[in-house]
Design a protein around this ligand. Sequence first.
Ligand code: ADP
Length: 330
Amino acid sequence: MPSFYAARMRLTAWYIIISALISIVFSIAIYDVVTRELRQSFIQAEQRLRGGPIVRERAQMFLQEEYIIAKNAVIVRLIILNTVIIASSGFAGYFLASKVLEPIEDMVEEQKRFIGDASHELRTPLTALRSEIEVSLRDKSFSSKAKNLLRSNLEEVQNMQNLVFSLLALSRYTDRADVAVERVNLASIAAEVIKQHGDQAKKRKVKIEQKLEEVQVDANAASIRQLFSTLIDNAIKYNKEGGTVTVQTKKKRRHAYIKIADTGMGIPSEDIPHIFNRFYRVDASRSKNNVEGYGLGLSIAHSIVELHSGEIWVSSKLSSGTSFHIHLPY
Ligand code: ADP
């Protein structure tokens, strides 16, 4: 899990910094005491010198050199000692960080499994419920009042199915080791997803422009499909009637670049830091009443990008439009 790896590295770095600071402070103190003692002994040796001025001068020079050699030897030993301490604190720190984070990692893993299992268990009864309602809606013996009630139930069931699907996606796209990775062409996935959203765009009179350059990345195809689908769906949903959605894929020097831009209502700047949070929806009055959703789409998109060690960010201008930008490593 990338976030835990980053946390482990950060914690290790802190352990190294702390032990390096302690070790350096002690080394300075040791250096100070040892060189003072050395100086003292050399001064005493100088005072004990006998013989004529030339002999004493030579002996003094010799003692000076010896003093410098002894001082340098102390410095070299302290540097070696510090290097050994810092390197071993690095290894010990990494081990300790892993031990500290292990229970938290297990807990998150357990939570993820629970969400995955619960969503999975909910899928079967919801599918059964949906087909029963659909069958009942075709039954001529039901009154129109009963059918209206069933239609509203069907809508709720469909919403719940979407929610279950989103929760499953959230629990699935957290660990790269759990998904199949292959060489995928972003342009062809984008074109395929755009086609799937054709009817939705037509209904809202939204035009989808394609600026698709062939880009190959190592990725999980299903999740990349979901990423395009979520962002294109939002770009249509939150667009104005007759607006435009531009989908771009491009090769950059170090990574693949994806941009999904719309000419819609935009996102207020105060909401931008929160839109990737789970269940976050911008301004209930404009979102909840007009457009369906649970506020999970962008957090799924964020998890997918993180799963591929990429980056996602947004730029937006109110009443003018929103662009989602993504970098994915090759
Ligand atoms: P949902 O669309 O289900 O509400 P998302 O996580 O996909 O959930 O989006 C979170 C919120 O961000 C949405 O409620 C919407 O207000 C805002 N948002 C997302 N995409 C756009 C967009 N392209 N233009 C304007 N607002 C957007």
